[in-house]
Design a protein. Structure first.
Length: 158
């Protein structure tokens, strides 16, 4: 009976986390592109954030950014700024906004919006009329955004 109660409690907690997730179209950006509130209401997982950041099948952030704290991750990029000291230079709110949609902070950036699902310009519309559907799934989930934020906040020069 005790195991059933624990399982039920775990399901309720997991359900609450999903229910509290902010949808990509509902993200509230501040004046400078920052996002004050967590997208999930759940703390980010630093270890998973590292995986998402450095994995080619997920965020693949290292394709553009170098991070000294990841010497085991090959082929780090130079397109974007080095992120070795990001935890000292940026707040969680700034990082969350940049990850969700960097153009809200840096309008001319080539960085993709990792938590955006609509409003894209697709070449197929102009050339063939066969572009992808109007709404796409975000590149990263809300929790993956929170995980990467948690990882980036650990990047300090000490």
């Amino acid at each position: 009976m005790r195991l059933k109660a624990i399982t039920a409690a775990a399901i309720l907690v997991a359900g609450a986390a999903v229910a509290d997730t902010v949808a990509p179209g509902d993200v509230q950006y501040g004046e400078y592109g920052e996002v004050a509130a967590s997208l999930t209401g759940v703390d980010g997982d630093v270890d998973n954030g590292r995986v998402v950041f450095s994995s080619k099948s997920k965020g693949n952030c290292v394709a553009c950014h170098a991070v000294a704290q990841l010497p085991d991750v090959p082929f780090q990029g130079e397109v974007g700024p080095e992120l070795t000291w990001t935890g000292e230079a940026r707040s969680a709110e700034e990082l969350r906004g940049i990850l969700a949609n960097a153009k809200m902070t840096f309008p001319e950036t080539v960085m993709p919006a990792f938590y955006k699902t609509s409003g894209f310009t697709r070449p197929g519309d102009g050339y063939t009329g066969k572009a992808a559907p109007a709404d796409l799934a975000p590149i990263l989930s809300a929790q993956e955004i929170e995980d990467v934020v948690a990882f980036l906040l650990t990047l300090k020069d000490s």
